[in-house]
Ligand binder design. Structure first.
Ligand code: SF4
Ligand code: SF4
Length: 83
C-alpha cells in the first residue's frame, strides 16, 4: 500500500517531502498551479513506490503507510489526482 499524507501537513506544507521523493509522486509541487490554494500535499497512490524516503524529512510527521491511517486519508490523497 502507498504512503499517505495526513492532517499534520495542513498549515506546514513546506514541500520537504517533494524533494525527497525519487519518483515525483507528491503534488502539488511548489511550482505547480494550485499550490497556493491547497491546504496540504498529496501522494499519488499508484506512483508511490513505498520507499519511505519522504517520512524522515517531514517536519510535521505527517506521512504514514496507508494501513496505519483511516481509509478517509487514503481517499483524500487519491481524490486530489482525480480532479
Ligand atoms: S514513500 Fe517514497 S515513493 Fe512514496 S511518496 Fe514517499 S518518497 Fe515518494
Ligand atoms: S514534508 Fe510533511 S509537512 Fe512538508 S509538505 Fe510534505 S507532508 Fe507536508
Amino acid at each position: 500500500m502507498p504512503y499517505v499524507i495526513a492532517e499534520p501537513c495542513i498549515g506546514v506544507k513546506d514541500t520537504a517531502c517533494v524533494d525527497a521523493c525519487p519518483v515525483d509522486a507528491i503534488h502539488p509541487r511548489g511550482d505547480e498551479p494550485g499550490f497556493g490554494a491547497e491546504s496540504q500535499l498529496y501522494i499519488h497512490p499508484e506512483d508511490c513506490i513505498c520507499c519511505g524516503a519522504c517520512v524522515p524529512v517531514c517536519p510535521a510527521a505527517a506521512i504514514f503507510p496507508a494501513e496505519d491511517l483511516t481509509a478517509s486519508w487514503s481517499q483524500r490523497n487519491a481524490d486530489w489526482y482525480q480532479r
